[in-house]
Design a protein around this ligand. Structure first.
Ligand SMILES: C[S@@+](CC[C@H](N)C(=O)[O-])C[C@H]1O[C@@H](n2cnc3c(N)ncnc32)[C@H](O)[C@@H]1O
Length: 393
C-alpha cells in the first residue's frame, strides 16, 4: 500500500471512488494554508479528512488531534497500522454526517482537509462505471465532490481547506448547487493547479483549486467569486474571472428548442458546446441537421466563424486554465473584423467545398468579400492568433 498512490484498487474501483491520491507537493500547500489556525490555539482543535484514503494529508498533522474516514476497507486497514485505530472510521462520509459520528465535541475547532472525490455520477461517457452517490438527502448532488463540500457545513466545520475543481466556483450553475455551503463559508485563499499533477487522471487537463474557506455568516455570492484573485501554483500570474469577457450573451451555444426555427436557411449548423474544452473537442460547422446543431444563418455566420477560429487557433501554453470558461471574445474586434473570420472559416473548413456554390455566393454577397487566392491563409491565421493572444494578456 502507498500513501500517494491507490495501487491496491483496480481501475474501475478507482474511477468509482475517485481514488486519485494527492501528491506531496499539493498536500504541503494545504498544510501551509492551515498551519496558522493550529498555532497558539486555546480551544481544542481537530483536523479531519473525511475522504482520507491512505492518509496523505493526516500524516502531516499526526501531532495534532485528528480523524480520518474512508469507505475503502483496505485503505482503512492500512490507516489502522499507522494511526490510532479509534480515530479511523470505515464508513460512507456522506451518510449521517454529524460530529457525534466521529466523536468530535461540539466545542472543538474543526478543520476539514483533504481531496474529496470529484465524480459526476451522471457523466454521459462513464455511466455505470461511475456508480451512484449514496448519501443523506440534503447532501445529494450528482457530483460527489459537491456533496462533500455540503457535508462540511453539516459537520459545522470552522475551516475547510481542500482540493476541488475550479469549476465548482466559477461556473455559476455549479456555484448555486453548493447551497448551504456557499451561504455559510467564504473563500479566503485559492491556488489553481493543473489536473496533470495527478497520476492517471487522463488526457483532458482541467483546473483544480487548493481552496481555503472560513465559516462566515452570509457566506459568499457569485459576484464575490467573479472578483476573487486566484493564485496559480508555481507562477506569478493570477486569475480573476471578471477580467475575461466570454461569448455568453453574445453567441448562442444551444441547439434550437421545440418552438424555435429548426432549419438553417443556408443549410449550415454549428455543433453545440458548453465551454472552451467542449468547443475544442466537438465538431464545428455541419451541413446536416443534428440534435446538437445550432442553427447558423447568414446574419450570425461571422460569429460562428469566430468560434471556429477560436477553436483552432487559441492554443496558449496554459490552455488548461481556461477550459471551463465559455470561449473568450473581444466583441468590438469581432464586430469590426467580421470579414476576417468569415474568410478564415471559408478558406480552411473543408465543409465549404461541399456546401454548394450558391451558399458561398450568398455569404460573399452578404459580407462583401471575394474568396480569391490573394488572401493567404498563413497571413490570416497570424493576424487572428495575435488577436486571440491579447484576450489573456
Ligand atoms: C481523491 S481520494 C483522496 C485520498 C486521500 N485523502 C489523498 O488525498 O491522497 C478520494 C478518497 O475518497 C474516498 N471516498 C469516495 N467516496 C467516499 C464516501 N462516500 N465516503 C468516504 N470516502 C469516500 C475514496 O475511497 C478515496 O480514498
Amino acid at each position: 500500500m502507498q500513501v500517494h498512490l491507490a495501487e491496491h484498487l483496480p481501475k474501475n474501483k478507482k474511477v468509482q471512488l475517485g481514488s486519485y491520491y494527492t501528491p506531496e507537493k499539493l498536500v504541503n500547500r494545504v498544510h501551509e494554508f492551515v498551519k496558522h489556525y493550529l498555532e497558539n490555539r486555546k480551544t481544542k482543535c481537530i483536523i479531519f479528512d473525511s475522504a482520507g484514503g491512505c492518509g496523505a494529508f493526516i500524516f502531516k498533522f499526526k501531532n495534532y488531534d485528528y480523524r480520518i474516514a474512508d469507505c475503502d476497507l483496505k485503505a482503512c486497514e492500512f490507516l489502522k497500522q499507522h494511526f490510532k485505530p479509534h480515530k479511523i472510521f470505515h464508513s460512507n462520509s456522506l451518510k449521517g454526517a454529524n460530529r457525534n459520528k466521529y466523536l468530535i465535541p461540539s466545542s472543538a475547532f474543526l478543520i476539514m482537509v483533504g481531496n474529496p472525490p470529484y465524480n459526476d455520477t451522471t457523466s454521459e461517457f462513464r455511466k455505470g462505471e461511475k456508480g451512484q452517490n449514496i448519501c443523506d438527502e440534503d447532501l445529494y448532488d450528482r457530483d460527489i465532490g459537491i456533496s462533500f463540500l455540503k457535508s462540511y457545513h453539516k459537520l459545522n466545520a470552522d475551516v475547510v481547506c481542500v482540493l476541488h475543481p475550479l469549476s465548482y466556483l466559477i461556473k455559476e450553475s455549479n456555484f448555486k448547487r453548493l447551497r448551504d455551503f456557499k451561504d455559510n463559508y467564504r473563500l479566503i485563499k485559492g491556488e489553481i493547479f493543473s489536473s496533470a499533477l495527478f497520476h492517471g487522471t487522463g488526457t483532458g487537463k482541467f483546473p483544480i483549486l487548493v481552496a481555503l474557506y472560513e465559516k462566515c455568516p452570509g457566506g459568499m455570492t457569485f459576484d464575490y467569486i467573479r472578483n476573487f484573485r486566484f493564485n496559480i501554483l508555481g507562477s506569478s500570474k493570477t486569475f480573476v474571472l471578471s477580467d475575461f469577457k466570454t461569448t455568453d450573451g453574445y453567441i448562442n451555444k444551444y441547439p434550437p428548442r421545440k418552438n424555435d426555427v429548426q432549419k438553417s436557411p443556408i443549410g449550415l449548423y454549428y455543433y453545440s458546446f458548453r465551454d472552451i474544452n467542449s468547443l475544442k473537442k466537438n465538431a464545428s460547422f455541419m451541413i446536416r441537421e443534428h440534435p446538437n446543431g445550432i442553427v447558423v444563418t447568414l446574419e450570425n455566420f461571422y460569429k460562428y466563424s469566430y468560434l471556429y477560429a477560436f477553436k483552432n487557433l487559441f492554443n496558449p501554453e496554459d490552455a488548461w486554465l481556461y477550459g471551463n470558461l465559455s470561449p473568450l471574445v473581444n466583441i468590438e474586434d469581432v464586430e469590426k473584423n467580421k470579414r476576417l473570420y468569415v474568410l478564415y472559416a471559408i478558406k480552411t473548413n473543408k465543409i465549404f467545398g461541399e456546401i454548394g456554390d450558391f451558399v458561398i455566393k450568398k455569404i460573399s454577397d452578404y459580407y462583401k468579400i471575394t474568396f480569391d487566392d490573394t488572401n493567404k491563409v498563413s497571413e490570416i491565421e497570424k493576424t487572428i492568433k495575435n488577436k486571440l493572444n491579447k484576450l489573456i494578456n
